[in-house]
Design a binder for this molecule. Structure first.
Ligand code: HEC
Ligand code: CU
Length: 322
């Protein structure tokens, strides 16, 4: 699947009703600003030009600069035009904000978005507790369906932003903000934390994969399942994983139930790891587990000083989490 917006963080291209309402306003304000700058520049140049007097060697012969009257009307007209333009922009702004405040219909899918330094937890809600599941940094949504977002932060303020799908929503510790989004076209949409939140703020990216309702249903069913029961030598590797990593990571279906880091039950279904910092390839994964502090210095996963054999066994178990 390809990225519909190119470059991926381009906010001038919209892919959904909500983002379109915002991007029309963005373009209008952009053009208005360009026109204003052009007019002011032309008037300034014209003003300088018409007042040019040739320099005379004789100082006394130079005409003093005086206001010949009539200039005040320029100011009146200028203020009037600015007032009309700014007032119009304000009304349009308020109108757009009201229009995108609520989705066109009640969303059937609700996701809790929780921001951490420096990654995202997505909790897919359900009335049936056995259907609730969590994933990290990569959310899937069905195309054309408005999705309800309940966003909050665990540590500091973050901001949820997927430029091609709409505006930003702040994540505030101790408060839940409700927002929504819709993707008009299938594709992989990139997002980014948009509120400076510490050293690895730039490495706090996320991906939203919009896919057909059928593909989404299949993905959701796969995510809802617990991890496959480890067979053969993997059973001992799973125990090792639980001992070394299980205090921070949950793998549903095993004894690993930590909450400090991302849920890894189906980590191999994700395209990237560590909030889009590394590709989820064998090399990326091994490098991350061996030394998470080199790719993302200061992040909350410590370097665990694993022996080579432990690293291989833990990596093998993680790679079985499809
Ligand atoms: C002290 C808690 C802690 C321990 C122990 C820990 N992790 Fe992590 N882990 C984290 C945090 C926090 C992150 C998110 C880091 C980020 O992206 O900023 C993370 C991220 C990851 C990721 C990337 C997940 C994703 O989808 O982005 C993997 C894989 C991972 N850890 C594997 C392991 C393995 C394997 C071990 C044991 C060897 C381990 N972790 C031990 C806290 C921990
Ligand atoms: Cu952040």
């Amino acid at each position: 699947m390809q990225t519909p917006a190119s470059p991926p963080m381009n906010y001038l291209q919209a892919f959904g009703d909500k983002a379109e309402a915002i991007s029309v306003l963005t373009w209008a304000l952009l053009w208005l600003s360009i026109v204003v700058v052009a007019i002011v520049t032309l008037l300034t140049i014209a003003g300088v030009w018409t007042r040019r007097t040739s320099l005379d060697a004789n100082e006394a012969a130079r005409e003093p600069i005086i206001r010949r009257g009539g200039g005040l009307s320029w100011i009146t007209i200028g203020v009037a035009l600015s007032t009309i333009a700014l007032f119009g922009a304000m009304i349009w702004n308020a109108y757009t904000m009201a229009a995108i405040n609520r989705p066109p219909r009640e969303p059937t899918l609700a996701i809790e978005v929780v921001g951490y330094q420096w990654w995202w937890r997505f909790r897919y809600k359900s009335d049936d507790p056995s259907k609730i599941f969590e994933t990290a940094n990569e959310a899937h949504i069905p195309t054309g369906e408005p999705v309800r977002l309940e966003v909050r932060a665990e540590d500091v303020i973050h901001s949820f932003w997927i430029p091609a799908l709409g505006g930003k929503t702040d994540l505030i510790p101790g408060q839940t903000n409700v927002s929504w989004l819709v993707a008009g076209k299938p594709g992989v949409y990139r997002g980014q934390c948009a509120e400076y939140c510490g050293r690895q703020h730039a490495h706090m990216a996320l991906t939203v994969v919009a896919e057909s309702p059928d593909a989404f249903r299949a993905w959701r069913e796969a995510q809802q399942r617990p991890a496959q029961k480890p067979q053969g030598p993997l059973a001992a590797d799973a125990v090792l994983f639980t001992g070394r990593c299980g205090a921070c990571h949950t793998v549903r279906g095993t004894l690993a139930g930590g909450r400090l880091g991302p849920d890894l039950t189906h980590v191999m279904s994700r395209g990237d790891i560590a909030a889009n910092t590394l590709p989820n390839s064998p090399a990326g994964l091994t490098g991350w587990i061996a030394d998470p502090q080199s790719a993302k210095p200061g992040n909350m996963m410590p370097r665990l000083e694993l022996e080579a054999s432990e690293l291989t066994r833990i990596r093998n178990f993680v790679q079985s989490l499809k």
